[in-house]
Ligand binder design. Structure first.
Ligand code: TRP
Ligand code: SF4
Length: 404
């Protein structure tokens, strides 16, 4: 049984929507770039997930995948620190999805809020499919196959991480009890020494009888510290502490990405479907134009009319991009009509251009040589497969599938 420290692994995926915009950069990618220095990260393109809704136009995926990964890399995702890959290059996700489907009650999937929501929202598409119902379970397989401890996602995805936890728990409960599990666990406790065994038993009791979460954490720490127990015993005791079987699939936690504060050009959330975006590869000369055309406080018709930043989408961009001094200048100048709206927009144009110029330079390099991008993706896939195979092997053994 192989172990990884799930606490150190981060996994996240994105469907191949093509080029990214400032909303993705501020909401998702900057977070990934930060996490890649602190954790063992796996970032992948969820092409099978895209297939659940876009099975009719999957020919667009290849280009979308390359465009999106170019943006990831240009924005600072570093293939030296994180494995960057495409879901369908790692067939182990699909095998785990299949195996998990055997023990996942239909009701768990039908209850996921995004299921009915999306079916209603995308009603022009036929989404009464087997694949679409399985969307969150495929996501569970994505996460569990790497034994990821943390999954950075937006609020709309939290229910999927919750389902992942339930599926892992059910799996461990069903398959984590090998023959003589109880006896083996009791024997392993003895190996903790007199003091350790007593402490372990007390913590186990406090957690299981009083739901004392602190005690669970202390118990886990106690086991991590033990130098002289085998990996198998450690896994067994970690499971026994929680009252379940051996932990084969680690339960992940969602790392909630703060709700994207990135406003679009019209003050609504930045999103491709609202046509209010600035893409990462927006030609520099068009950026100024787009900002200059932004609507402002409708009460400021003439330069002499005072305005209220709270009623102005431009102010929301200042909240993202401007320092305190600039914001004071805007608030003071707007409410007294001392500055004009075009003047107010200037520092924003400067900040956005300064942010995007280096990204665009890097993107150009990759555009010139898409083979580099392909080989980063292929290598990332190989590294991911090495990890995925280990988990899948443990799963097969636990389920009693022949493993010759
Ligand atoms: N469903 C996610 C989304 O739409 C994408 C995704 C697929 C994902 N598999 C994942 C995210 C695993 C995190 C972990 O955004
Ligand atoms: Fe908006 Fe700035 Fe004009 Fe005020 S001065 S209305 S904040 S653009």
């Amino acid at each position: 049984m192989a172990t990884v420290d799930a606490g150190k692994r981060v996994l996240s995926g994105m469907r191949p929507t093509g080029r990214l915009h400032l909303g993705h950069l501020h909401g998702v990618i900057k977070n990934w770039v930060k996490l890649q220095h602190e954790y063992d990260c796996f970032f992948f393109v969820a092409d099978w997930h895209a297939l659940t809704t876009h099975y009719g136009d999957s020919h667009i995926f290849e280009n979308n995948i390359l465009e999106m990964v170019v943006d990831w890399l240009a924005a600072g995702v570093n293939p030296g620190s994180a494995s960057v890959f495409v879901q369908s290059h790692v067939p182990e996700h699909a095998e785990l999805h299949l195996l998990l489907s055997m023990l996942t009650p239909l009701g768990w999937l039908e209850r996921v809020p995004s299921y009915k929501d999306q079916q209603e929202r995308l009603h022009e598409k036929e989404l009464d499919t087997y694949g679409f119902l399985g969307y969150p379970l495929l996501q569970a397989a994505d996460i569990l196959i790497y034994r990821a401890g943390y999954v950075p996602v937006g609020a709309d995805q939290v229910a999927h991480v919750e389902l992942t936890r339930e599926v892992a728990r059910r799996f461990n409960h069903m398959y984590g009890r090998d023959a003589g599990y109880e006896e083996l666990a009791l024997a392993a406790i003895k190996k903790l020494g007199k003091k350790g065994a007593k402490l372990y038993s007390n913590l186990k009791k406090a957690y299981q009888e009083q739901g004392d979460h602190e005690a669970l954490l202390k118990g886990q720490a106690l086991l991590q510290e033990q130098q002289n127990i085998s990996l198998g015993d450690r896994e067994r005791l970690l499971g026994y502490l929680e009252g379940g079987g051996k932990i084969i699939l680690a339960e992940p936690s969602a790392l909630l990405t703060p709700a994207a504060k990135m406003p679009g050009l019209d003050g609504q959330k930045m999103s491709k479907s609202y046509e209010n975006t600035i893409s990462l590869r927006e030609p520099i000369e068009l950026i100024a134009n787009k900002i200059k055309k932004m609507p402002t406080d409708p009460a400021r018709i003439r330069l002499t009319d005072v305005g209220d930043p709270k009623k102005c989408p431009v102010w929301q961009l200042h909240e993202v991009y401007s320092d305190e001094e600039t914001k004071l200048w805007v608030a003071g100048g707007c409410t007294t009509a001392e500055i004009g709206c075009l003047e107010c927009k200037n520092p924003l144009i400067g900040s956005i251009v300064a942010e995007l110029e280096p990204i665009q330079k890097r993107a150009e390099e990759y555009e010139k040589d898409p083979d580099i991008v392909r080989s980063i993706i292929l290598e990332g896939g190989e590294a991911a497969r090495d990890e995925a195979r280990v988990t899948l092997n443990d799963v097969r053994v636990a389920m009693g599938l022949t493993n010759w």
